[in-house]
Design a protein around this ligand. Structure first.
Ligand code: UDP
Ligand code: MG
Length: 138
């Protein structure tokens, strides 16, 4: 079990002014920010980040959505970070996301669903190193 997960606050949530509330939601639920960046992804970066979904029908739209505006990328620390964070954000489709989860509160649609959360310890490491080279100092 690892204590790191990786998140992005997606372009919809940033554009809708939810960045501060979402970060606070994470912090109040015990997640510590290890690294954080406010950036506008290039098509190449978004394409690479979501390469596991390259064959899925929604891939092209997803890359275009993820490059439609700036995002916040962050690595977060907590015991059982990956599992606890997936619970905190709720289901991929906000229609299925439990009341009080971040996607329930802030997502617009199954695509524009406010936040990303890693799905495994291995991917948390891969995704963190996609954006950050130094996590160990904090
Ligand atoms: N997505 C989409 N349509 C779908 C499924 C997913 O646009 O039918 C987008 C959505 O933004 C989602 C991302 O693709 O967060 C990655 O999909 P995944 O199945 O990994 O969902 P997640 O792990 O983010 O809940
Ligand atoms: Mg996923």
């Amino acid at each position: 079990m690892s204590n790191i997960t990786f998140t992005m606050i997606k372009p919809d949530a940033v554009a809708n002014g939810h960045t501060g509330k979402i970060l606070d939601h994470m912090i109040q639920n015990g997640f510590k920010i290890k690294a954080m960046k406010y950036i506008w992804l290039t098509e190449e970066q978004a394409g690479k980040f979501y390469a596991v979904h390259a064959e899925r029908p929604f891939y092209k739209d997803l890359v275009s959505f993820m490059t439609s505006g700036p995002i916040v990328a962050a690595s977060l620390e907590k015991a059982n970070a990956v599992g606890d964070f997936r619970k905190l954000i709720g289901a991929t489709n906000p229609k299925d996301a439990e009341t009080g989860t971040i996607r329930n509160l802030y997502a617009e649609s199954i695509e524009a669903n406010a936040v990303h959360g890693s799905d495994s310890d291995e991917n948390a490491q891969i995704e963190s190193s996609f954006f950050f080279s130094q996590l160990e100092r904090f």
